[in-house]
Ligand binder design. Structure first.
Ligand SMILES: Cc1cc2nc3c(=O)[nH]c(=O)nc-3n(C[C@H](O)[C@H](O)[C@H](O)COP(=O)(O)O)c2cc1C
Length: 366
């Protein structure tokens, strides 16, 4: 069991979908970081369901920071964020309740691993609900990264056969995305994507898509090869997000079909700074940042809860059964997952920076 991630900055997450609280503990934060409540609330709002392409389970996400903060700043001791669950609807979850494993969910695998003792209500510890804790925790560190000139942004690259435009002016695009609830760079593409999502919803089905992220302003030299390469730690962290099924950096899988002369990123020097003319390597060479934008794409699977009848097994009896899921579910989670992706990248990048420059690189002493 591993619910803690990171080295210099460690995050522990806890809670279940239908328990009283979810939350996170951040250990290793620098003292003197301003806690920007407005920013944390804004980030949580971007994760919350909204509009007719989202679940109707809407949580207030009224978090409290119960340790590690004093007079609006971090103290440097473990910072614990608690978020109450208020909108959970528990159907019949008594001891003898049926356990119909929902395809695409962790019901069966959690049953095997935790021997039936798991709190399975609403997906329990595997619910997307837990990602609110990641978003709140990252809300503490993102403004601190911004102060260092580091900015992170994610857009919905594709849904079905509809593609958003590529990042162009990274800084302007990241600023634009930071307040969008459906994060696309082309509103025309966004409308077409939402049509696809609504069509799936009308059919009781769901869709996935591809998210693309960029991190700008990172200094060259971050990353701890062999095993804590930048690709390695980012992949590890990003695969913790429920429904993420694939990852690629830079030009990615399709980029490797050309020749070395096409793929190599030629260097040039400008005002004493070394840069590359292209960025097929996604800002990373040998697992170490080279100072170019770090670019990463994630495959997000179609939401597993669908309204169509599915075949399954009742876990206690082992009987073959039919399953029809009722309740409140998103026909896609891609638009809500993107702020979770930004958050996980932020926590990982903070950790890499603290590993290289020390935990006091951030906060009030600098
Ligand atoms: C922000 C967020 C919200 C999610 N909401 C839902 C949801 O409403 N319904 C659902 O079936 N899955 C939802 N998921 C995905 C499931 O939690 C996930 O697919 C499931 O736990 C199995 O994990 P896996 O897909 O990583 O194998 C959500 C994921 C995220 C990141």
């Amino acid at each position: 069991m591993k619910n803690t991630f990171g080295n210099s900055l460690q995050i522990t997450i806890f809670g279940e979908s239908h328990g009283p609280y979810i939350g996170a503990v951040l250990d290793g934060l620098a003292p003197g970081i301003d806690i920007n409540d407005e920013f944390i609330k804004k980030q949580l709002l971007l994760r919350r369901p909204s509009g007719d392409i989202s679940t109707k389970r809407v949580e207030a996400d009224e978090y409290s920071i119960v340790s590690g903060a004093f007079n609006g700043k971090t103290t440097g001791t473990p910072l614990c964020i608690l978020i109450p669950n208020t909108s959970q609807k528990s159907a019949d979850y008594g001891e003898n309740a049926e356990r119909l494993a929902r395809p695409g969910h962790a019901d069966y695998t959690a049953f095997v691993k935790y021997g039936g003792f798991e709190d399975y209500r609403g997906g329990g510890h595997f619910s997307g609900r837990i990602t609110a804790a990641l978003v709140a925790a990252a809300g503490v560190v993102i403004p601190e990264l911004n102060k260092k000139g580091i900015f992170i942004g994610t857009h919905i690259k594709s849904v079905g056969n509809v593609n958003d435009r590529d990042f162009a002016d990274y800084r302007a695009d990241i600023d634009y995305l930071s307040s969008e609830t459906f994060a696309v760079l082309s509103s025309e593409a966004g409308e077409k994507m939402q049509e696809i999502i609504k069509k799936a919803a009308a059919e009781g089905d769901s869709v996935g898509g591809i998210l693309e992220s960029a991190v700008i302003g990172l200094p060259a030299g971050l990353g701890e090869p062999w095993f804590d390469t930048v690709e390695g730690v980012l992949s590890h962290a990003l695969f913790s997000i429920p429904a993420v099924k694939g990852i690629e950096f830079g030009a990615g899988f399709s980029g490797v079909n050309g020749s070395g002369s096409e793929f190599n990123d030629a260097f040039f020097s400008e005002n004493g700074e070394i840069k590359t003319k292209t960025n097929n390597n996604g800002g990373i060479n040998g697992g170490i940042t080279n100072g170019m934008p770090v670019t990463v794409r994630l495959a997000v699977k179609p939401t597993p809860s669908i309204y169509k009848e599915q075949d399954t097994v009742e876990l206690n009896s082992g009987e073959n059964r039919k399953l029809v899921i009722n309740g409140r579910h998103d026909p896609t989670i891609i638009h809500r997952a993107r702020i979770v992706v930004d958050s996980v990248i932020a926590l990982t990048v903070y950790d890499l920076l603290a590993a290289r420059f020390g935990t006091d690189f951030f906060g009030g002493r600098n």
